[in-house]
Ligand binder design. Structure first.
Ligand code: G3P
Ligand code: MG
Length: 245
């Protein structure tokens, strides 16, 4: 089972910042999950919420900020200054860094609330510019964004994101729409669903796995990936479990 750092090492460092990504890489985890959105002037940026209020001292929507304005906000608000100034990264800055890392990246296209015209194209252009095509996979709660990604690059690997309630017949659903993976919230996930995905050749990457009991259960069920805020402890557990059969 692969371990992916949710918004970077967000359990200990400010989410979706270069610091959280660097710290995730240091844990030896398999990959990083991050969220992308578009600024007012069309720059792809890495941030989870549609508004800046929760993670920065600023207020308002990402889509109403230019990149220059957004860069001035400190995204470490939840850590109360412990790590100094941590800017909201541009996705290009992330790609530049990721090009030299032995990591895969799960790019979550945040088009579930606002549909950002051109976000898929711009994201894929940057992935291509930095030669990351084989080191990324995409996910979105807006499955139309995944269809769009597939139109732009039929080789792109995509996972359908679902809230904890999941979707009936998930394996068939993903296969029918040409998606390679199912990304459910873990609470509604069952062994039967994992099995159904397997039978349809669909991978299962569940989120957000922050306790060992859930991690162990997913491992037993044969889940392909766990997306966690604590990549260090999850990676160590998976490695020791593998080594001990
Ligand atoms: O991609 C898994 C997870 O990130 C989905 O939920 O809200 O944390 O982006 P969210
Ligand atoms: Mg996400």
């Amino acid at each position: 089972m692969k371990v992916y750092a949710h918004r970077g090492y967000s359990g200990k460092y400010p989410e979706n910042t270069m610091l959280a990504f660097q710290k995730a890489a240091e844990t030896g985890c398999d990959g990083i999950e991050l969220d992308v959105q578009l600024t007012k002037d069309g720059k792809v940026v890495v941030i989870h919420d549609e508004a800046v209020d929760r993670t920065t001292a600023g207020t308002g929507l990402v889509k109403d900020y230019t990149y220059e304005e957004l860069k001035k906000l400190d995204a470490s608000k939840l850590f109360g200054g412990k790590y100094g100034f941590c800017p909201i990264p541009s996705f290009e800055e992330y790609c530049q860094w990721a090009a030299d890392q032995d990591l895969v990246t799960n790019i979550e296209i945040k088009t579930g609330i606002y549909y950002y015209e051109g976000l898929e194209e711009k994201t894929l252009e940057l992935v291509k510019k930095y030669g990351l095509e084989k080191k990324v996979f995409y996910s979105s709660f807006n499955h139309m964004s995944l269809i769009k990604v597939k139109e732009l690059d039929p080789q792109a690997v995509c996972g359908a994101l679902l809230e904890h309630c999941g979707i009936g017949n998930a394996g068939y659903y993903c296969k029918r729409f040409g998606l390679e993976a199912y990304h459910p919230g873990y609470k509604g996930l069952t062994e039967e669903t994992v099995k159904g995905c397997r039978e349809n050749g669909i991978q299962v990457n569940a989120w957000t796995i922050n306790d060992m009991g859930t991690l162990e259960q997913l491992y037993e069920w044969g889940c392909d990936g766990a997306i966690t805020n604590y990549p260090s402890v999850c990676k160590s557990w998976v490695d020791s479990r593998k080594n001990n059969g």
